[in-house]
Design a protein around this ligand. Sequence first.
Ligand SMILES: NC(=O)c1ccc[n+]([C@@H]2O[C@H](COP(=O)([O-])OP(=O)(O)OC[C@H]3O[C@@H](n4cnc5c(N)ncnc54)[C@H](OP(=O)(O)O)[C@@H]3O)[C@@H](O)[C@H]2O)c1
Length: 254
Amino acid sequence: MDPQLPDLTGTVALVTGAGGGIGGGVAARFAAAGAAVVVHHRTSAARAAAVVADIVDRGGHAVAAQGDVADPEECAAVVGVAVERFGRLDAVVAAAGVQPVADLAGMSPDEWQRVVDTNLTGSFTTVQAAVPVMSDGGSITLTASVEGSRPARGHAHYSASKAGMIMFARSAALEYGGRGIRVNTVSPGLVDRDGLEDDWPSGVASWRRQAPLARLGTASEVGDACVFLASPMARWITGHDLVVDGGMSAVPAW
Ligand SMILES: NC(=O)c1ccc[n+]([C@@H]2O[C@H](COP(=O)([O-])OP(=O)(O)OC[C@H]3O[C@@H](n4cnc5c(N)ncnc54)[C@H](OP(=O)(O)O)[C@@H]3O)[C@@H](O)[C@H]2O)c1
């Protein structure tokens, strides 16, 4: 347990895409706050197993669950793991997503559709599957992006999907508030991962040069924002987009 985090002991959290970089970090922070965690993955079984093992080694509770978030039946099965294994579901963080790069001029309809199906439709199916089992209310946080409000070249499909997620979360907040379910987005800026600087040296350098806090973020820092949103400290926050970007969104465009 990390005493700096709100105490989520007794709660159950589902993190989708937890075999990935941000999702894995989010799952670890929920476990550090005392929550039992369902570690979702689609193809990264080994990485999800490592996230589970790390949580259990530290004395926490976690289980892996596999599925495609764009498929409603598979989403329902993933949510079912929370109930079967831990008896309830209190918090969901949707970190499953894809972020391919393609110039608009050459973008195929299939490329467009895959991004929208995974990021936007996957958010819809995740929320629809989760809400019926969140019988005591709770918190759903979708991982959007700063690109949901600021476009980037090669990311027309991605930016559009992230903007859609932000508005979808606000719509869901409107409809589910009466059930005690809060729905928010986090919008991370550039988050570090192994190999990023080698893959994209110019982007990383430019980010460091321009961001007020002069560095990339970490998956743990996104996780802490998600833990906050799921905690009683955020009990009057819903329909909100929490930007977690080291201040990049505050940089003037001129
Ligand atoms: N990295 C950043 O700087 C950044 C910044 C802002 C926002 N974000 C957003 O944060 C989220 C996580 O990003 P990340 O960097 O951690 O990416 P990542 O390492 O690629 O992880 C994303 C995970 O999503 C899962 N996924 C993809 N399609 C899926 C599907 N149809 N069904 C179920 N799971 C699926 C993948 O699972 P499997 O590997 O198991 O197949 C993958 O591990 C994404 O939504 C991304 O857009 C990232």
